[in-house]
Design a protein around this ligand. Structure first.
Ligand code: HEM
Ligand SMILES: *[C@@H]1O[C@H](CO)[C@@H](O)[C@H](O)[C@H]1NC(C)=O
Ligand SMILES: *[C@@H]1O[C@H](CO)[C@@H](O)[C@H](O)[C@H]1NC(C)=O
Ligand SMILES: *[C@@H]1O[C@H](CO)[C@@H](O)[C@H](O)[C@H]1NC(C)=O
Ligand SMILES: *[C@@H]1O[C@H](CO)[C@@H](O)[C@H](O)[C@H]1NC(C)=O
Length: 323
């Protein structure tokens, strides 16, 4: 084989093609692919899927929590499972995550099943990505073909400061939301699409209190009802559904709520408040299929942010600790 014994005695032409070959092989191994585990762990995808279906049947909100976990992973250092590392300087302890992000146990349990099946093969980062896709599908969303590119590797670091800075706050205005996503290579349109994730799951009183007591672009009856379980003082952790119409169905009612001034978070209602994204909100309210199809594409793009491939990073044995 032309590349055996890579020495100066190789003719110039052969050296060139060897370098080209090595370069191409390097490129291929550094790309994500849908077939990444087909040989090394053929049952990986079905193991994840069954575990997610079971977790969502047991507690439907878990599907929402796992989708958010994926978002918070990808927005800090890229989709590298940095969000899963324990430790006082880890992302878990950052303000948007502390006492808020959930689903770690479900990921741990999937990881331990996969370590039994094929030790050291499936990354925590890929598990998080698959779990988000399978959660959305389990809650009735994205019934089209949703392929997940695989082959991400796990980080050896976690950055609390970055999580505090780079995860968007629910108090941002439209421009702030757009620039937060632009910093991650995502368009304003993709920001509106991905925000449709708030068609499932819950939020704590502390993140929507200001809105239900002080904002004017809110349906008055909706505000009153939310105030019943979110007093002016106390009850910070009391929960309300982000989409009260269908809190455990991955549908397009989130956008209908926005049109009706029933967005729960300040940041939600910013997407329909007389600005440049109003028309997209109306379009998604009217056309559920276009929302669902765009959502798959935007998730695929989000799950491509700064991934570690090839020999960068590692395959953690335990998602909470570096090897
Ligand atoms: C556009 C900027 C966004 C902001 C400001 C934002 C903010 C928030 C906040 C404050 C909560 C409630 C957390 C709590 O009270 O503990 C929440 C929940 C949630 N977020 Fe977002 N989010 C954004 C975008 C996204 C995206 C892109 C996704 C996923 C693709 C997502 C998925 C979720 C889900 C599913 C929940 C409910 C989680 C659960 O019930 O455990 N969010 N978000
Ligand atoms: C996170 O929440 C725990 C439990 O409420 C609290 O003791 C801790 O101080 C919080 N950590 C940070 C960094 O805010
Ligand atoms: C953590 O993130 C902050 C903010 O993005 C950055 O300035 C800092 O260099 C990062 N720390 C490490 C160790 O990468
Ligand atoms: C609402 O606005 C008033 C007046 O500015 C302020 O005192 C109050 O703290 C704000 N927040 C809530 C939850 O009422
Ligand atoms: C993912 O990122 C790679 C490398 O940056 C790029 O070539 C590819 O087109 C991206 N794929 C998607 C679906 O965004």
């Amino acid at each position: 084989m032309a590349c055996d014994g890579f020495t100066s005695s190789i003719p110039k032409a052969a050296t060139k093609s060897c370098l080209l070959l090595l370069f191409l092989v390097g490129m291929v191994s550094a790309q994500l692919s849908t077939t990444f585990y087909d040989k090394s762990c053929p049952r990986a995808l079905s193991i994840v899927k069954s575990a997610i279906i079971a977790a969502v049947l047991k507690e439907p909100r878990m599907g929402a929590s796992l989708l958010r976990l994926n978002f918070h992973d990808c927005f800090v250092q890229g989709c590298d499972a940095s969000v899963l590392l324990d430790g006082i300087n880890g992302e878990k302890t950052a303000l948007p995550n502390n006492n808020s992000l959930r689903g770690y146990d479900v990921i741990d349990s999937i990881k331990s099943q996969l370590e039994k099946e094929c030790p050291g093969v499936v990354s925590c980062a890929d598990i998080v990505t698959l779990a988000a896709r399978d959660s959305v599908v389990a809650l009735g969303g994205a019934s089209w073909q949703w392929q997940v590119l695989l082959g991400r590797r796990d980080s050896t670091t976690s950055n609390k400061t970055a999580a505090n800075i780079e995860l968007p706050s629910p108090f941002l205005d439209l421009n702030g939301l757009i620039s937060s996503f632009a910093n991650k290579g995502l368009t304003a349109k993709e920001m509106v699409t991905l925000s449709g994730a708030h068609t499932i799951g819950k939020a704590r009183c502390i993140v929507f209190r200001e809105r239900i007591y002080n904002e004017t672009n809110i349906d008055p009856l909706f505000a009153k009802v939310r105030q019943l379980n979110c007093p002016r003082t106390g009850g910070d952790d009391n929960l309300a559904p982000l989409d009260a119409i269908s809190p455990i169905a991955f549908d397009n009612y989130y956008y209908e709520n926005l049109v009706n001034k029933k967005g729960l978070l300040h940041s939600d209602q910013e997407l329909f408040n007389g600005g440049s994204t109003d028309s997209q909100v109306i379009a998604y309210k009217l056309n559920p299929n276009s929302f669902q199809q765009d959502f798959i594409k935007a998730m695929q793009k989000m799950n491509n942010i700064s991934v570690l491939t090839g020999n960068r990073g590692q395959i953690r044995e335990n998602c909470r600790k570096v090897n």
